[in-house]
Design a protein around this ligand. Structure first.
Ligand code: M6R
Length: 619
């Protein structure tokens, strides 16, 4: 949710931190703030903070007006508000009573009310409504008892409940930035004579691609000369170093007005990269990182998929592929609901968790719940070094590259590729499809990047359509089979970007209620299955006629060569003909373009829609 950056080295810390915050603003944009320890010779340095409600630009303007003194150690925060309104007062960093300790935080400290009451009883003056501020005052008390800021942080973490990434600095430790994490992301960037801390490597990728993945309940001491990691008890911790396989250009707009436009355009490459290295010369699939043995896969008797938002829609599509190819019963669960029911799991259940960020708290909690029930865990994730892959038995990384826009696009398409690969791989291992059938599907899957490219080349009419509908109040989406989750995804994109009422329905459900919504001129986007699925295809063509007869404006997405839909479509959007299960790869793209263009026409910031943040790291 919030974005965090810490730096210590030789450069002006403020520049590094603000540049990092700009790359993390997708995580939250309710307010932004920085803290810098001023350069000097003494053991005690001046601590300067600045913070402003609203987007980072407000903070930048304030810093231009009143530049803080130079310093080579600092930290910064971009906020998605949980506790306390998004105003200057609640913006991070938060200080203790003495003004010597500054803290930034991502997550929720669940026992903050009790801690706050205790602090106030002991004479501390808290000035914000946040949970975070309590930590600054707790550190103040601990520092009074002796030791370094890191010692104090370890002791304080032992008292906190909930999810947190904390970063703190102290005037008496002028070469030290301390970070701590539980259930919230924090990575270290390792430089030469300088080191970085951030919620996401994007914050420091311009300076170093060498990173350290921090584990659960760890504290990191960051100095210009090196990095030390311990657990909350102070014992040295094992850490995993890795090299980031993309560079700074991937985290920039590259000439596009919005990251979302760039990420939509990158989809053919992202799909191709996710297939890369996974198809052996003999045509068989090789999924090295799966780390779940063939024998274990043969023992699986049920699959449960857990995910949120767009990743959940990828899970809904996965169900069709897994049941069809792998021949296994498959349930798809909203991760946020999963652990609050009594899902039936056993050692032979395979739980697949899908998450672009690998940091979505609901997905992590679902994974932990499944772990307690001894299920096998497989993650589908886009962010190397994130929490979800570490907590699963195996992982299949999507190679979409960094997704910065809040609305998920290229991550979704690559998640689909990942689920197709997994379903075909299980079919290969368990022999539920003949080898030549699996081989034939893999060959067709390998053609998908060019099919997606072809869709992108024909999007101008979709953009025109979107502009013409900018003043509509409501848009409905209909689909059947794998087109149903596509309809849900189209509606989600429109809601989050255009702030319009949008609903996705299974077309077969129309006459069970939703048809009552149809009125004169209502735009209804219908995703038509391939003609090869004759029964479903013909039924949805009937549905189109039914809604049109009642006044709907029909916008039909159908494969090339499908002439049967032409008489009933007010607008016809063509996509290449592909196998049924792969159709979401081509039918989703026009819906992404549609939502993006319509929202832009309404003057919205499509990269940072209101009230949202890219990763939802609190429940
Ligand atoms: O990082 P995750 O895939 O776990 O995120 C899940 C959802 O929060 C995410 O897909 C969200 O729905 C997107 N903003 C949709 O565009």
């Amino acid at each position: 949710m919030c974005g965090i950056v810490g730096y210590v080295g030789t450069r002006p810390a403020l520049d590094v931190v603000v540049e990092g915050l700009a790359r993390l603003e997708y995580r939250g944009y309710d307010s932004a703030g920085v803290a810098v320890l001023a350069d000097g010779e003494s053991d005690e340095r001046e601590l300067v903070t600045a913070k402003r409600a609203g987007k980072l630009v407000n903070l930048r303007n304030a810093l231009d007006e009143t530049p803080p003194p130079a310093g080579t150690l600092g930290m910064g925060h971009t906020r998605w508000a949980t506790h306390g309104a998004p105003n200057d007062r609640n913006a991070h960093p938060h200080l203790d009573c003495s003004g010597k300790v500054a803290v930034i935080h991502n997550g929720i400290i669940e026992n903050f009310a009790a801690l706050r009451a205790e602090l106030e009883e002991n004479g501390h003056k808290l000035v914000s409504d946040t949970d975070t501020e309590a930590v600054a005052h707790l550190l103040e008390d601990e520092l009074r008892d002796g030791g370094t800021l890191a010692d104090a942080m370890r002791r304080v973490c032992g008292r906190l409940e909930g999810a947190f990434t904390l970063v703190a600095v102290h005037t008496g430790d002028p070469d030290l930035v301390v970070g701590a994490r539980r259930n919230s992301p924090l990575v270290v960037g390792v430089g030469d004579g300088e080191n970085f801390l951030a919620s996401d490597v994007a914050a420091f990728i311009a300076h170093t691609r060498d990173a350290i993945e921090l584990g659960q309940d760890q504290v990191v001491e960051l100095r210009a000369s090196g990095v030390t990691v311990t657990d909350f008890e102070g014992r040295p911790a094992e850490v995993k170093e890795y090299h980031v396989d993309w560079d700074v250009s991937a985290a920039e707009k590259g000439g596009y007005d919005y990251f979302m436009l760039k990420e939509i355009a990158e989809q053919p490459r992202a799909v191709a990269d996710t297939l890369l290295g996974r198809i052996a010369a003999d045509g068989r699939l090789v999924l090295d990182e799966m780390r779940i043995t063939d024998q274990e896969l043969r023992e699986v008797d049920k699959i449960i998929i857990v995910a949120c938002g767009t990743s959940y829609h990828a899970g809904l599509i996965a169900k069709y592929a897994l049941e069809h190819w792998a021949g296994l019963p498959c349930e798809v669960e909203l991760a946020s609901e999963f652990r609050y029911r009594d899902p039936i799991l056993s050692r032979s259940t395979l739980v697949i968790a899908i998450s672009q960020s690998g940091e979505t708290m609901d997905a992590l909690m679902a994974v932990r719940h499944a772990r307690e029930q001894h299920a096998k865990l497989l993650g589908i994730c886009n962010v190397n070094g994130s929490t979800l892959p570490r907590e699963c038995d195996g992982v299949l990384y999507t190679h979409a590259g960094p997704e910065v826009a809040v609305a998920s696009t290229k991550a979704f398409l690559t998640q689909l590729v990942a689920v197709y690969l997994i379903a075909l791989y299980i079919a290969q291992v368990r022999g539920t499809k003949w080898g030549d059938e699996v081989f034939a599907m893999i060959q067709l899957l390998a053609q998908m990047p060019e099919k997606v490219e072809k869709v992108l080349e024909t999007m101008e009419p979709v953009r025109e359509l979107a502009r013409s509908l900018a003043n509509e109040r409501s848009v409905l989406f209909l689909g059947r089979h794998v087109g149903f989750p596509v309809a849900l995804e189209g509606a989600l994109k429109l809601k989050e970007l255009a702030y319009m009422h949008a609903e996705g329905f299974a077309a077969g459900e129309l006459k069970h209620g939703p048809i009552a919504l149809i009125e004169e001129g209502l735009p209804v986007i219908v995703v038509v299955p391939p003609r090869a699925r004759a029964v479903l295809h013909d039924k949805i063509v009937s549905n189109i006629q039914e809604i049109r007869a009642r006044g709907a404006r029909t916008i039909v997405i159908a494969e090339e060569g499908d002439e049967t839909v032409e008489p009933f479509a007010d607008t016809l959007i063509r996509v290449p003909a592909v196998p049924t299960l792969f159709q979401p790869l081509v039918t989703t793209v026009p819906l992404q373009v549609f939502a993006c263009e319509l929202a832009t026409a309404k003057g919205h910031d499509v990269d940072q829609p209101r009230n949202l943040a890219k990763s939802v790291t609190v429940e």
